[in-house]
Design a protein. Structure first.
Length: 253
């Protein structure tokens, strides 16, 4: 089996729900269970983050069913309903059911249409990133999914697609330190050393990218992924890097 990654990045203002992740960098969501047909998707998501970020998330999802402009990735009209299954100070467990109208639909619907019911998909959301992972034994069926979605992607969204290196790891546990790729560790190290997390901030991501001689979009992606990794490990009680650690000193407010 092979794992493939559809990563959609959102401009601020392009999507009401993704905006709350963009506005709250500590907010993170992952699917606990997901089932999709060509018409409907049912899923359970665990959403974690600081209490104030989760309160903003609560307010946003309460208003989504009444939003007449709610759209999927490909621009289809979206009908969405949800129920909060569990609520804790730093987490929510959310059941949702959604369907998309006629036209180019989002990743799980397109994958199901190509692979049939029972396609294995999972998703995570953080920052400006919405990532879908698909487990398949034949990658030839997924290229048309990418091509169709790329051709119909609505304004303000950008799509990348590729194979995930290494053996698929779909365990339910939070990731260990080895799950942070070296390029993400180095991006986080550069951001720390150049004062991105200082108050006041000494350098922006654009300035750091120029200093490191890499595209700003690449640096932003790697830092966002590393921040998501840190958030997940913090909430699971794993806060330290293994070898080659990055230490962050907390300053008094």
């Amino acid at each position: 089996m092979q794992e493939f990654d559809f990563t959609v990045t959102y401009e601020e203002g392009a999507d009401d729900l993704m905006d709350v992740f963009i506005e709250n960098s500590g907010l993170y969501s992952r699917t606990v269970s997901c089932h999709a047909t060509a018409d409907t998707m049912w899923r359970v998501d665990e959403v974690t983050g600081p209490p104030e970020a989760l309160e903003a998330y609560d307010r946003r999802i309460e208003g989504l069913p009444r939003c007449s402009s709610l759209r999927g990735m490909g621009g289809c009209q979206l009908d969405w309903e949800h129920e909060v299954l569990a609520e804790r100070p730093t987490s929510r467990l959310i059941y949702s059911k959604q369907s998309e109208g006629e036209g180019c639909r989002s990743v799980p619907y397109l994958v199901t249409r190509r692979l049939g019911d029972g396609a294995l998909c999972r998703a995570q959301q953080y920052g400006n990133t919405y990532e879908w992972n698909v487990l398949v034994d034949d990658d030839s069926a997924l290229s048309p999914v990418y091509e169709e979605l790329e051709a119909n992607l609505r304004p303000g969204l950008d799509l990348t697609f590729g194979r995930v290196d290494g053996s698929p790891d779909w365990t339910a546990d939070r990731p260990d330190a080895d799950d942070l790729p070296p390029e993400q560790r180095e991006a986080l190290r550069a951001a720390i050393e150049r004062g991105y997390y200082d108050t006041p901030r000494r350098m922006s991501l654009q300035e750091i990218a120029e200093a490191e001689r890499i595209p700003v979009s690449t640096l932003q992606y790697r830092v966002s992924r590393a921040e998501a990794w840190l958030a997940k490990n913090y909430l699971s009680g794993r806060t330290a890097f293994a070898s080659d650690s990055v230490e962050v000193e907390e300053s008094a407010p």
